[in-house]
Design a protein around this ligand. Structure first.
Ligand code: MG
Ligand code: MG
Length: 250
């Protein structure tokens, strides 16, 4: 699929799609506490998305059975919500979701601590978020795509964390996943030149241990190979001639 440049009209629709998703994430974040099931988070998120008159774009995507990906501790992404999976004090939980507003997709992820968490877990969450902001310093018209990848890698590597290489960020628009792919690790080439009007989902997935991951037998849940915990931070952004616009932050 080709890289798309959004028109003024499309950008306005992307903005609204992303603004509503930011509100969903804000509500979901408030609901995180010990004792709730991962299925409850999915049901709440589905209700919020539909309450805005939107469609959850993860539901049935390539057969995914839920509206919110809920990934706990060593689960990196694509955790399937379950009634029996109860959040415990000290867990970290990554919520990844998106919605469709008038045909336009948004996509964002946050990792939350459940109750009191260890300082090391909090640091992993914080630095994963920070790495996103390091990356998007280069998300400007005229820069090259992999400057984003390299900046994320340079930032994360100083902490000895592992960067997940098997999953990457992506363009987004009338499809959830458009070109280009956006790795979170250093690239040999500099990648395509960025242009104003590109909308990109940039999403570092960072492990406390090594970056290697494997898939569980459900064919969805991605876990760290070494069992270390993992954090995820994602926003949909708009490339402009100046500073990038982060569309999924309120
Ligand atoms: Mg996502
Ligand atoms: Mg994404």
């Amino acid at each position: 699929m080709a890289v798309t440049i959004k028109s003024k009209r499309e950008i306005d629709l992307m903005r609204e799609s992303c603004r509503l998703l930011a509100k969903v994430h804000e509500e979901l974040g408030k609901a995180i506490e010990p004792g709730i099931s991962t299925l409850y988070i999915d049901q709440l998120g589905d209700k919020l998305i539909r309450g805005y008159g939107c469609i959850p774009n993860f539901l049935h995507y390539q057969g995914f059975p839920a509206s919110i990906c809920v990934s706990v501790n060593d689960e990196v992404v694509h955790g399937i919500p379950r009634k029996e999976r109860i959040l415990q004090e000290g867990d970290i939980v990554s919520l990844d979701c998106g919605l469709i507003y008038k045909g336009y997709h948004s996509d964002a992820a946050r990792t939350h601590g459940v109750g009191r968490i260890s300082p090391a877990a909090q640091k992993l969450i914080d630095e994963t978020r920070n790495s996103f902001f390091e990356g998007i310093k280069y998300a400007k018209a005229g820069r090259h795509l992999f400057e984003i990848s390299n900046a994320i890698d340079d930032y994360v590597s100083q902490f000895g964390y592992g960067i997940v290489e098997d999953l990457v960020g992506h363009g987004i628009g009338t499809s959830l996943h458009e070109d280009p792919q956006i790795p979170n690790f250093r690239q040999k080439r500099r990648g395509m030149k960025l242009r104003a009007g590109m909308t990109l989902a940039i999403e570092p997935m960072i492990n406390m241990g090594r970056g290697d991951v494997e898939w569980l037998d459900d064919d969805w849940t991605v876990v760290t190979e070494d069992g270390s915990i993992s954090a995820h931070y994602e926003n949909t952004i708009l490339v402009t001639d100046g500073e990038p616009e982060i569309l999924t932050l309120l």
